[in-house]
Design a protein around this ligand. Structure first.
Ligand code: PMV
Length: 348
């Protein structure tokens, strides 16, 4: 018996990649494996209200409300998402949906909401699916939620669980898959269990080149083959790093990944630059601070100008002092967001 009406709410976090996913094949299959820290406070909360239709039509029926207002401009993205997942959730056209969604981070802060947003929606739809199939295990639920989220936005498949999620087939990682994210299966040193991420908001404007365009430019990219190989090598190297708590090597890999991601953008055709002068000012200040203090602070970047500052919790006091004193000046309106690694999405 299918439920006629009801609602479900999920809060799903963003994630920050340590080894970057950049480049994809058909059906949102990643060109290389990636790994990320799941965050806590940067999150999307989505309520899905569903009502069974008396007459089933051939179109998806849904309304979208973003931060309290109807938002027509988001509808095509959801429409595409529904088309991609319909064969895995055959009941979609039997319901009218109202999708109410809001983000914890400031609107247009330059923080990508696709990972948190698509994972939250995928989880809501999975809750409806579970009410149709109550025998479903939690493992299957999470795996399918990640699988569906991937079809909305690749990196979204890494937001279901935490704190360390790997996505993409990697010959040295048991159980890894191109189809969904899996919890990192090997030993992780204490130091990485409560890592901090302070996000410096350098540029809040909409970026000039979207991630989907960027992924596509990796086809025929002169350095693609080596880049994909490097991602595999970095993931293998990280296994020892996570086990030993080797922060020096961690920093080297994470910063190299961030700069390589942007190097791929600068060497594609057309080429482009998403970093801003203040992105570079921040990187230089971090390198100087690290030299002077032997701190284990490092940076990573998304496909944008904002900088994620990563550091062990034991250094929180000193690093936040440094950020306030030296790095805040490079942020728009001195704004930054303090976040940390967490365990994944929650049903509210
Ligand atoms: O999930 P997408 O298609 O928005 O791609 C995101 C890619 C990066 O954020 C740049 C890297 C990553 O692995 O998250």
């Amino acid at each position: 018996q299918k439920p006629t009406t009801g609602s479900v709410t999920w809060k799903s976090p963003s994630n920050i990649a340590l080894v970057k996913y950049w480049g994809k094949k058909e059906h949102q299959i990643p060109a290389n494996p990636s790994i990320s820290f799941t965050l806590v406070d940067c999150a999307t909360t989505t309520t899905l209200r569903y009502e069974k239709l008396a007459v089933i039509g051939d179109a998806f029926q849904f309304d979208l409300i973003f931060e309290g207002q109807p938002k027509a401009s988001f509808k095509p993205k959801i429409e595409t998402f529904f088309e991609r997942i319909e064969s895995y959730l055959p009941f979609l056209k039997e319901y009218h949906f109202t999708i109410e969604t809001s983000n914890s981070f400031p609107h247009s802060s330059g923080i990508a909401s696709s990972a948190s947003g698509m994972s939250a929606l995928a989880l809501c739809l999975m809750s409806l699916e579970k009410s149709l199939k109550p025998e479903m295990s939690d493992t299957f639920f999470n795996q399918k939620a990640s699988f569906l989220a991937r079809l909305g936005s690749g990196s979204a498949c890494r937001s279901i669980e935490g704190p360390l999620i790997q996505w993409g087939e990697h010959e040295e990682t048991a159980g890894s898959s191109d189809l969904y994210g899996v919890a990192y299966p090997y030993e992780v040193h204490e130091v990485f269990k409560d890592f901090q991420d302070t996000i410096l908001l350098v540029d809040k404007g909409e970026k000039q080149v979207s991630s989907s365009v960027g992924h596509n430019l990796m086809h025929d990219h002169p350095y693609a083959k080596n880049r994909f190989k490097q991602a595999h090598q970095h993931l293998t190297a990280l296994q020892e790093v996570f086990k030993q708590g080797d922060l020096k090597r961690f920093i080297e890999i994470v910063e190299s990944e961030a700069l390589t991601l942007h190097a791929m953008m600068m060497t594609s055709l057309p080429y482009y630059i998403l970093m801003k002068p203040n992105t570079l000012n921040i990187i230089n200040s971090i390198w100087k601070y690290r030299k002077e203090t032997e701190s284990n602070i490092c940076f990573t970047l998304d496909a944008g100008a904002n900088v994620h500052v990563l550091y062990p919790k034991s250094e929180k006091h000193e690093v936040l002092g440094f950020i306030k004193k030296e790095l805040a000046q490079y942020c728009q309106n001195q704004q930054y967001i303090c976040d940390e690694t967490g365990t994944g999405a929650k049903k509210l």
